[in-house]
Design a protein around this ligand. Structure first.
Ligand code: SAH
Length: 248
């Protein structure tokens, strides 16, 4: 009687061990799926002809940042799709290709200090944080700013500084910036941002009314700004104060 009870114990122990292993493998597989989804995102959306993202550091940041951790839980399975996603408060996280394209155009250096206007989910800030020394990012919707700040901290980014406020004014105390990225569209380039860009610095910014926006790459040369249109785009409008537009 005693012997058969101990046999049963052993069998139960084995059953538990096998179940535990299955659970562990299941969790690992789910994590592996996200990594595989990131690989597919890079090979099918970023390096394909017509998209042509080639900067190896940018591609490795895109392979690394867990985008699924920065979208609403109900949309995680779609996090690596070739489209923007809603993040609440009528705002969106940009399509992965647009994030990679803008990041590549900024030509990020490991010593750079970068300003972002429009933190949103914090994803673009995380991609930049992999590539540059410091990222300063401003979000006008306070709860979005606080959520992105908490998420970036949770993911271990210590070189991103988040401010809730109006990006039109930039972040004068932290200026000058080596590069500025704007991820919402003003009708004109805010003068404060031009002022806070260092000589020879780069700015990537969508400009224009909804439905007719162009992404511009600006470079500050001898105090003046050279600008080049690089891609027609569709971004959410930049809200906030408009009294300080430049003439561009
Ligand atoms: N970069 C984001 C996507 C941004 S969507 C990401 O990776 O998820 C654009 C964001 O710009 C929105 O969250 C919107 O609230 C914000 N925004 C709009 N006008 C702004 C302003 N004047 N200052 C700062 N943020 C602004």
């Amino acid at each position: 009687m005693r012997e058969s009870a101990s046999k049963l114990d052993v069998r139960l122990w084995w059953l538990q061990a096998v179940l535990g292993l299955c659970l562990l493998c299941g969790c690992g597989a789910a994590e592996f799926d996200y990594a595989a989804a990131r690989e597919r995102m890079v090979s099918q959306q970023l390096t394909v002809p017509g998209r042509d993202i080639t900067n190896a550091r940018v591609l490795s940041a895109m392979r690394k940042v867990p985008r699924h951790e920065l979208v609403p839980a109900s949309l995680r399975a779609q996090a690596y799709g070739d489209y923007p996603l809603p993040i609440g408060f009528d705002q969106t996280i940009s399509q992965p290709f647009i994030v990679a394209f803008m990041t590549e155009k900024l030509d990020p250096k490991s010593t750079d200090k970068v300003l972002e206007i429009g933190t949103g989910s914090g994803y673009q800030a995380a991609v930049l944080a992999e590539l540059v020394r410091e990222v300063y990012t401003i979000e006008i919707v306070e709860p979005l700013a606080r959520r992105a700040e908490a998420d970036l901290k949770r993911l271990g980014y210590t070189n991103v500084f988040v401010r809730a406020g109006d990006g039109y004014k930039g972040w004068p105390e932290a200026s000058p910036f080596d590069a500025i990225i704007v991820t919402c569209a003003p009708e004109r380039v805010p003068q404060a941002l031009v002022d806070q860009l260092r000589e020879d610095g780069r700015m990537i910014i969508p400009v224009g009314p909804a439905g007719n926006q162009e992404l511009y790459l600006l470079r500050k040369k001898s105090g003046a700004v050279e600008r080049r249109a690089v891609l027609p785009v569709r971004f959410v409008p930049m809200t906030g104060g408009k009294a300080v537009d430049s003439k561009r």
